[in-house]
Design a protein around this ligand. Structure first.
Ligand code: C2O
Ligand code: CU
Ligand code: CU
Length: 478
């Protein structure tokens, strides 16, 4: 990766040559060689449904170095799975036996973790399941969870941030009997559109620039260029009907606040690991790194209009919807989406506390940094537990964090001491929860189905610079 003085690229459609620049002095070689893009059609990651071989559905994936057209006149070096940037979407059906076969054609070791997948610890794809160059590792398991949108990404110790930033991330769509019956848009890429939302820095040669300063490590490596499925300044043509979006915040450490430019409301129907019981109407959706949301936008009355999906913290646009076609078939978002099992906090046998903190360029959970050889917590199978997470406000430092637990989903019981502060859209099953500076959340957690006396799962902050700086711990389920 290039280490050079940094020039900010703007991606304004009209600009043909980018001249925005932070460097105090620059010579010829620092003049940006890339052209900003005019509008481009959104790319939809290919969908892989698995090939039945023997008893299992196989998904064959190659992790490799590639080159991708982010800009019109420069090819950018990337990492990718099968294609040129990001990865195919895997469709899994609950109850199916699957074998997700990752071949590592990179020149360095990586791993591939199924984020949100309820799988045995040795199939989790963390730094305990390394994939050496030219090796193949298979995540083999029976899909065992409700319909949701999960994702997969590398989880190599201290390397996750860089590997994801280079392009390694893909979606996993899980369907079950219930989801297949709901009156929801389900034509992949047409009215059921997967959107991997990211931001990035590029250098003047249009190459991915990953080189966080200590301040950026602490406060977030927030790129100045937004992209959706690896496309800068994209649009998508849609019919005048309800459109379902599967949104992933696939950024390293940027919290997004998503809205539509005409401020219209939309319905969130699913969070990280399940449908919400009822749709939640909103006009702004917060999504921290690693979190997913499915939303339904109603374009029925918008024929001929263009509507922008905007990120309001930065005031930039991720994607434009051109409502250019009459609807052929329509759907009506159901008022009952699912029923969720809720554990009673009174049945909890244990409370664990996790304090997130940072100082002097270092980040901690309970004042510790990640150690592969240390088991931080041991849980018992089927115990109901309360996990209290607090984002400790240090005097001057106001850091955002989130908290992700592997191998399971949880429910948010309380925010800042009250059940009333739990947001309507975080009342489904979740695996990642956002904590603003000073926030405290109480989660109810239960590990089911899988034990392993040796191989741990992880919990961590999903701001990837924090994770790589050691804001992570390990737990066993016995
Ligand atoms: Cu998205 Cu530990 O992972
Ligand atoms: Cu995970
Ligand atoms: Cu963090």
């Amino acid at each position: 990766m290039k280490r050079r003085s940094f020039l900010a690229l703007s991606t304004v459609a009209s600009a043909t040559l980018i001249t925005g620049c932070f460097a105090d002095a620059f010579d010829d070689k620092d003049i940006p060689k890339v052209k900003a893009n005019a509008e481009k059609s959104l790319v939809i990651p290919p969908l892989i449904e698995g090939a039945k071989r023997g008893d299992a559905y196989h998904y064959d994936l190659k992790i490799h170095e590639s080159k991708h057209w982010f800009f019109d006149n420069v090819l950018t070096d990337t990492y990718a799975v099968n294609g040129t940037y990001l990865a195919p979407t895997l469709k899994l059906i609950n109850g199916q036996d699957v074998s997700i076969n990752y071949t590592n054609n990179l020149s360095e070791t990586t791993t591939m973790h199924g984020h949100g997948m309820h799988v045995p610890a040795n199939m989790d794809g963390t730094a305990h399941q390394k994939i050496a160059p030219l090796a193949t590792w298979s995540a083999m398991y029976r899909v065992n969870q409700k319909a949701c949108t999960n994702w997969y990404h590398p989880h190599a110790l201290d390397k996750t941030a860089e590997h994801v930033y280079q392009g390694l991330a893909g979606l996993i769509i899980i369907e079950d009997e219930e989801s297949q019956k709901l009156d929801l848009p389900r034509a992949y890429g047409v009215d059921d559109i997967p959107l991997v939302l990211q931001d990035k820095f590029f250098d003047t040669n249009g190459q991915i620039y990953y080189n966080p300063t200590m301040h950026q490590t602490m406060m977030g490596y927030k790129g100045d260029t937004l992209m959706t499925n690896g496309v800068l300044n994209p649009y998508v043509d849609v019919e005048a009907k309800e459109i379902r979006l599967r949104l992933l915040n696939g950024s390293n450490s940027t919290v997004y606040e998503l809205k539509l430019n005409d401020n219209r409301t939309f319905n969130q129907i699913a969070g990280d690991n399940s449908f919400l019981e009822k749709p939640v109407e909103m006009n702004t959706l917060g999504l921290s790194p690693g979190e997913r949301a499915e939303i339904i936008i109603d374009f029925t009355a918008s024929l001929g209009k263009t509507v922008h999906l905007e990120e309001s913290r930065q005031g930039k646009t991720f994607l434009k919807f051109k409502v250019s076609k009459k609807a052929k078939e329509t759907t009506k978002v159901p008022q009952e989406l699912t029923t969720l099992l809720r554990y009673n906090p009174k049945d909890a046998v244990k409370t664990r506390h996790f304090t997130l903190s940072g100082r002097m360029g270092r980040v901690y959970i309970n004042n510790k940094t990640m150690d592969m050889n240390r088991i931080d917590e041991v849980m018992r199978l089927n115990d109901i537990e309360i996990w209290e997470i607090s984002n400790k406000k240090m005097m001057m430092m106001k850091m955002e964090h989130n908290f992700h637990i592997h191998g399971t989903h949880f429910m948010v019981l309380e925010r800042n001491g009250s059940v009333n502060n739990v947001l309507e859209n975080e009342k489904g099953y979740k695996d990642t929860v956002y904590l603003a500076p000073g926030d405290r959340v109480k989660l109810i957690v239960k590990m089911t189905d899988y034990v392993d006396k040796k191989v741990p799962y992880m919990y961590h902050c999903h701001f990837l610079e924090h994770e790589d700086a050691g804001m992570m711990g390990q737990f066993l389920v016995v």
